[in-house]
Design a protein around this ligand. Structure first.
Ligand code: ATP
Ligand code: MG
Length: 266
């Protein structure tokens, strides 16, 4: 069954048509990159898929259910596009991640604290867990936000420009990390990115959006330069990433070089 399916979705803000008749299906365990120019409706598409906003027309399904129904029964991960965070909040890093677990009644406080520690460990931020969140650098904050989106161990993860502010070495690590989550653990990941070069190296599928869906296909079938010319207009040659071996991201399922829960407890 498709993890995410939308049918003939249109979104209107006042008189402005942000998305027009978009239909797309994403299979379980797929890592899909959504690309397109500024204002193309990429963030809007993620918000529709995750049930944050309702479309003016069309249908949305997460594993066959409406987003509202699905989210009553299952967590989803959603990393919003980086916004200006309130710098005056006196929260420490662990608190920020804990907030996403706070409402869950099915797990104990002790378990929640352990899940927070593991999520921070998975993005290489465990050692900074007691820092004031607003004192972190932009890239560090973004990694904490990724931990926050992952802490519930969702089967569907929406990432809106997750690498904003993350340095180049850690970007490759990050893409390795999410490609592993999708490929080995069946997490469906839908990621908006402007990092077009990454698309061919790490993701399974790519979708080009500019109000309408221009293209959606397996990455091997896509001529990236041609696709970009279609949605962005004329572009220069696109530089592709070369993966490297260092990693500060580790898999929450413990087979990607993660420290164990015992390490975290001690
Ligand atoms: N709540 C809203 N009210 C009015 N207009 C909106 C709203 N949200 C988005 N828009 C408009 O819809 C269009 C698509 O916005 P969206 O944020 O989805 O673009 P995007 O593709 O994510 O762009 P970027 O690459 O800059 O993040 C933009 O023109 C934006 O101004
Ligand atoms: Mg956006």
């Amino acid at each position: 069954m498709e993890a995410v399916k939308i049918e003939s979705v249109s979104v209107v803000f006042g008189n402005f048509l942000a998305l027009e008749n978009v239909s797309i299906s994403v299979g379980s365990g797929t890592l899909l990159a959504i690309v397109g120019p500024n204002g193309a409706g990429k963030s809007t598409l993620l918000k529709v898929m995750s049930g944050i906003i309702k479309p003016a027309a069309g249908k949305v399904f997460l594993f066959g259910d409406s987003p509202e129904l699905y989210r009553k029964k299952n967590p989803i991960g959603y990393l919003p596009q980086q916004q200006n965070l309130n710098m005056d909040l006196p929260l420490i890093v662990s608190d920020v991640v804990y907030m996403n677990l706070a409402v869950r009644k099915d797990i104990s406080k002790k378990e929640k604290r352990l899940m927070v520690a593991e999520a921070l460990n998975n993005v290489g931020m465990f050692d900074l867990r007691n820092r004031i969140f607003s004192y972190l650098s932009g890239g560090e904050r973004q990694r904490v936000m990724v931990a926050s989106a992952m802490v519930n161990m969702p089967k569907i993860l929406f990432l809106d420009e997750p690498n904003t502010g993350v340095d180049i070495v850690n970007q490759d690590d990050f893409y390795d990390f999410i490609s592993h989550l999708a490929g080995k653990h069946g997490i469906t990941i839908i990621m908006v990115t402007h990092d077009v070069g990454v698309v061919s190296s790490y993701v399974d599928e790519i979708a080009c959006i500019n109000k309408k869906l221009y293209m959606h296909d397996k990455v091997g079938n896509v001529d990236i330069n041609e696709a970009m010319n279609t949605v962005y207009g004329k572009t220069d040659r696109i530089v592709t990433h070369l993966p490297n071996n260092k990693s500060c991201f580790s898999c929450p399922f413990k087979d990607f070089g993660a420290r164990t829960s015992d390490d975290i407890k001690s």
